[in-house]
Ligand binder design. Sequence first.
Ligand code: PMP
Length: 304
Amino acid sequence: MLEKSKKIWMDGKFVDWADANVHILTHTLHYGTGAFEGIRCYRTKKGPAIFRLQEHVDRLFDSCRILNMEMPFTHAQITKAIKDLIKVNKLKECYIRPLVYLGYGAMGLYAKGNPVKVAVAAWPWGAYLGDDGVKNGIRVKVSSFARLHVNVTMVKSKTCGDYVNSTLAKSEAVACGYDEALILDTNGLVSEGTGQNIFIVKDGALMTPPLSSVLEGITRKSIIEMAGKAKIKVCETNFTRDEVYISDEAFFTGTAAEVTPIREVDGRTIGNGKPGPITKKLQTQFFNIVKGGTSAYKSWLTYV
Ligand code: PMP
């Protein structure tokens, strides 16, 4: 169960957590046409700081554009709502979940006239794949489900309904005794996790799948930038599952998952089974940045 906070922002108003309800005929509940974001706010010495807020708000608007849903609020209004929500709830660190959805109205698939509604919730949320996962690495299973093809639905958008694919893959992996799933695209090439991008390390260089089959993760983008500055070569290229098996290191990135090392895939140990030096270096730097421990990359933090 998640840890409740006091208020949720709904269409411009703060409502009590318990009263943040919708009608059962809310269109998005039936068909999944909605968009969401996942954002983290970290505890720093200067108070709560939101990681790459503008990029997340921009991606929320991009998702709506892709889904052809007209956002009834501006970037500035959503940005303010997120900051105010953290203040109202007196949160020191939290996960933030904006959701744009089609409300009650027409029930057919064509629902152009239905109201576009927006909600933002925030609550304390620890390491998504567990503290032990962040420290020692997780065990991953290649999913029997393929990732969404760009002509089936579109991967640049965080569309609610697309996460059926992710929940099926995640449930399968957990049922098989693993922590997380690695999903291949319809050509059999590695794409991403259920809510994470993947990186592998081979001979001192990073590889991550290109954006054609994966969400453009904001953590992915951050890691690529950090690696570039640290003179670590990064290749955005396709690779296969056996290239993951024989990689020296592997890790997932994501807002929820942060930087989580992968220590095993399908029963094959990655490297020596422990987080490798490049993973550890980038992970340490990442946590230092998000917790406000360095003036480098300070533009990535928005203080509440
Ligand atoms: N891929 C998918 C499918 C995701 O849902 C997420 C989480 N938003 C990511 C990758 C990682 O993206 P980010 O680093 O922006 O959280």
